[in-house]
Design a protein around this ligand. Sequence first.
Ligand SMILES: Nc1ncnc2c1ncn2[C@@H]1O[C@H](COP(=O)(O)OP(=O)(O)OP(=O)(O)O)[C@@H](O)[C@H]1O
Length: 359
Amino acid sequence: MNAGANHMESLDGLAMADLIVGNSTAIREIRGLVRFAAQTRASVLITGPSGTGKELVAHALHRASTRAAAPFIAVNSGAIPRELIESELFGHEKGSFTGAMARRIGHFEAANAGTLFLDEIGEMPLDMQVRLLRVLEDQKVRRIGSNDDVRVDVRLIAATHQCLESAITHGRFRADLFYRLNVLPIELPALADRIEDVPMLIQHFLSRGFASDNPPVFTDKALALLMAHDWPGNVRELKNLVERAAVFFRGMEVGVDQMTMLLRPSRSARAAAVAAPAAVELPENVVAIPTPMAAPPRFSRPMDLREHLQNEEKRVLIEALASTGGVVSAAARLVMLQRTTFVEKMKRYQIARDVALSA
Ligand SMILES: Nc1ncnc2c1ncn2[C@@H]1O[C@H](COP(=O)(O)OP(=O)(O)OP(=O)(O)O)[C@@H](O)[C@H]1O
């Protein structure tokens, strides 16, 4: 193995499989493509739906390449105001336009010797696409207000969740830039199309998350729910779910009820708020709460503020219990109370623990 290849596999001590996690055929092929691309300096176009790991793959590619010691600059093309794109990418000289108080180096110069990752390339305005193409061909940039070119050695990785071929057909993307970027295409599939990666990704996120010393344990049935979910937000959605589980259910078992709540947190919380008090068969000594979403106070008649606040507090406690499938310690964490304080309040308001479960 030569020095370059050695460097390529080292990734600061991490293996590529620790970074781009998964064992599906698709992910294994992607790791192979990334290793291959890292040995070249050709432009790479990464496509795939939002949250599938495009930026992660770009970063892994940079870290596996001989450029790893130089900067990796990630730029979201869609997030830069149109009038600032040129200056952001190519820089400007002092006084070159109103507001240019000092010389500014653009992202291309900042990424010199390293990698520039242009996310959401499909959002790039057409005139900037022309500029970009020229820079890629000449490897030179010119700051706004300057007469001199600056030579840059930048490896470009672009990404998009859009279909650029269709953007070309509709005149929104230049075909010549597309071919210049698409030298090495990497296509990331939706998580639902590589569902077998879910358990490994869960372990990965648990081992790196907030509760890595005492993570929650997902039951087989809870895991089955995750394997049946369609993951519209892809890996990002799974990561967020695992992080929520780690916060609310630290060291606890996460079963079907809790998982259902985690998969639909806002909807279930809403349902609990609206349905719980009316739908639940409460024990005799338990008081039902009149209006779950307390109406804004109106002062056509006197209002008892203390009673109003207590009703609000009851409602929030019930909502927290509903969100966690009735797990008291998790509900307490949700509203930033000690478990003992939460239990005291449940007693005071005569809230039954199973109120939430029938939400
Ligand atoms: N295979 C994977 N292994 C480990 N983590 C992953 C994997 N895929 C994605 N992630 C993680 O999921 C999150 C979303 O990934 P990333 O931001 O790279 O997606 P993206 O496709 O660039 O999204 P967007 O199109 O919205 O910008 C990140 O925290 C990333 O680290």
